[in-house]
Design a protein around this ligand. Sequence first.
Ligand code: F6R
Length: 607
Amino acid sequence: MCGIVGVLGKDNVVPSLLGGLKRLEYRGYDSAGIAVQSEGELDRRRAEGKLKNLEAVVRQNPLEALAGIGHTRWATHGVPNETNAHPHMTTKLALVHNGIIENYQELAAELVDRNYTFESETDTEVAAWLITSFLDDGLSPEKAVEAALGKFHGAFSLAVIFKGHDNLMIGARRGAPLAVGWGDGEMFLGSDAMALAPLTQRISYLEEDDWAVLTREGAVFHDQSGAVVSRDIKLTQLTGAMIGKGNHRHFMMKEIVEQPAVIGDTLNSFFNPKTRSISLPDLPFDWNELTKVTIVACGTSYYAGMVAKYWFEKLAHLPVEVDIASEFRYRNMPLPKGGLALFISQSGETADTLAALRYAREQGQFIASIVNVEESSMGRESDMVFHTQAGPEIGVASTKAFTCQLVTLACIAIHAGKKRQTLDHQEEAVLCQALTEVPSRTADILEHDEKIQKLAADLFECRDILYIGRGPGYPIALEGALKLKELSYIHAEGYAAGELKHGPIALLDDAVPVIVVAPSDEFFEKTASNMQEVMARNAKVIFLSDSEGVEKLGGKAMGTITLPKVNPFVAPILYAIPVQILAYHVAVLKGTDVDQPRNLAKSVTVE
Ligand code: F6R
């Protein structure tokens, strides 16, 4: 949510700033801007909307400088117009910011009393003027930033350049990520390693409450007390190919087709091929004494948690409570002492999930997280981290991260079943075999792309679409509906198939297609009855099942997608793929922005 980049360079930094913003645009695309420091003066360009608008502004009115900062915005305070766009500039500095300064109104009031005025509605401009007021009081840039940080409440990261200081940039982090990149006579700041990858592979991550003073010669890190601290330099593995679109028109399709490989990579990190069993580190608690697992996440990651509930309860006889982080964190839910709380997040930065994690820690839970982005806040604050190996996910709608989360959760559920002796070695072997087949079955499903594209042509003009499923197919129905609505803006709902007759069936007529998620599993006959009920109301059905299911019922559907016949345990992982592809093609046909749907951003770092 909002991306920050900063460069102290040897040559003109404007191309690097714009390139960094391009790689950060997935974090927000309501407006973009850059500010530079040249010959002792500050200058900036800003534009409402996508980065391409800013690029056009810069083409028309070029800038050249050796130091600068840039920002791509997801609006929180103030509408997404040019006035509210970052960087915010004062008489003495330019500042970009990600997150929220919660007490900005109080700080603004104090500044107004001192005759400072504001032109935007943003908390960011207040932050810029607060630092400026300390400079006006005679403090050095370093001391002024430190003093302002002491007054800010909230979760944020920021970067500042100062008028008259050609070799100085200051960055700070509290609750939102920020990385320092080390070049050769150049230094960089970025919201994540992806922003910096083509500029440098040597990266230091600021820790919570750190602030860093950068010159072209290096960076000095300070902790909250102001003490100088050292932060490791790590080599990032990210390459240009990993963060590019390759031959694909959209990141989303690139990420969908990467799934056979990244699911395999994720599985390999938890699976021992010699013993053909799951091999996870021993967690410092007795699985047999656990009375409950609490799973918390948002959006698609939450649906992964819902699937896991079925797995943990069935394989490990372990009750699971799954909750949406924004609800969980305010419920004051009593949690059993020594319980296990599991947080699922692609970014590892989602503000509500992070706050829920901190609540669970206060309640004495063992904190485990499943995250995709290394060095994320959640990873850092967990007792145990399971890293999914999905690689950078840039399309705003999550695809490969979801299926990798599912694979990870499946492995943890098997591990729990073993530890609780609810699963014997033979059963484990069968489940592991099913998991090892998932990458190649995923590749088989990708072959259905053309067929799914044709089905999309029947759907893209619909106003409403329902998805139904039972058991672990129910969260997949929810996920299918979420993918469709966020990408194509078609109203879509996921329902537990058995719940349809308790209300939503009233929505059905021949204009509301229903996507039925129905692998041949213990729920199949029940789902089949629900499908008959739907068709009796003239609704057209798209039926997702395997050859056995399609043979029984496929003839009655408007469209079918025949998926591989697999152990029902792994079906939710595989059935996620066609609903992703369907949403993709519907969005392409509708002409919406597949990788950057309106109003959304990846990595939701505000609550
Ligand atoms: C939907 C989607 C979102 C995220 C949600 C949580 O396609 O991507 O619903 O799943 O914002 O994000 P993370 O997983 O980063 O915590």
